[in-house]
Design a protein. Sequence first.
Length: 238
Amino acid sequence: MSGLAELEIYHSRPFAPTRRLSLGASNLPVDPAPGPGGILLGAVIAQFRGELDEELFENMLKLTMQLQEGQRIVQPRLRHRFQEDRHGLTRSRARLRRDGDALTVDLDNHGSGLQMMVGVVYTAGSLPTVARRTVMDAVRKGMRWTGPLDRSLYAHLSGLTAGRDWDVSAYDDPVQWALHTLGLRAEDDGAIRLPDRKSIQRRFRDALRDAHPDHGGDSDDAATRINDLTEARRILLA
């Protein structure tokens, strides 16, 4: 297994009379967003989604929007006080790992599900502005997720089409995966510039023709290859 992202949250013990939260030293790659970091945050939220009643759900949703916009948050919120000091707090962690050709989330949680979820939202709110909106979207997707906690969730959080096994590289960086799948390259002159729409469409049609068994493509792999090409085009044209 190899680690892709790690979340670290400090919180009061479940039996403590006061409820406090602080952020730890997380490793959350989010470039391009949501990246492995955003997938991990959304997956942790989805893990504990069932613990949110209607009132908590609405309050947490409101908090995601306020943090996304960089607003000042009056404390306490969602039954917890957010602070910088970690003294006397317990650490919980979550890791997103690559396990062969699949993703998995390992949880080492010593608090409540609500503490983990609130910590996730504040963590997302601490990210750089350029990635924060997309990562918060992944967090909100996790809040609304009602399906199984499997590959379909990871695809949903990353913006990939659900219902199939994607190569792990597609989760790491969907844009680079899409470029590689179509045999294209982006220009990098200080800012990544994707090929224009006509070039993407033309390359898609050529690759689609080559993948078809009637044009020499492997009939056993044709369906998977065509699905990959279609998804790659969707990502680049989105």
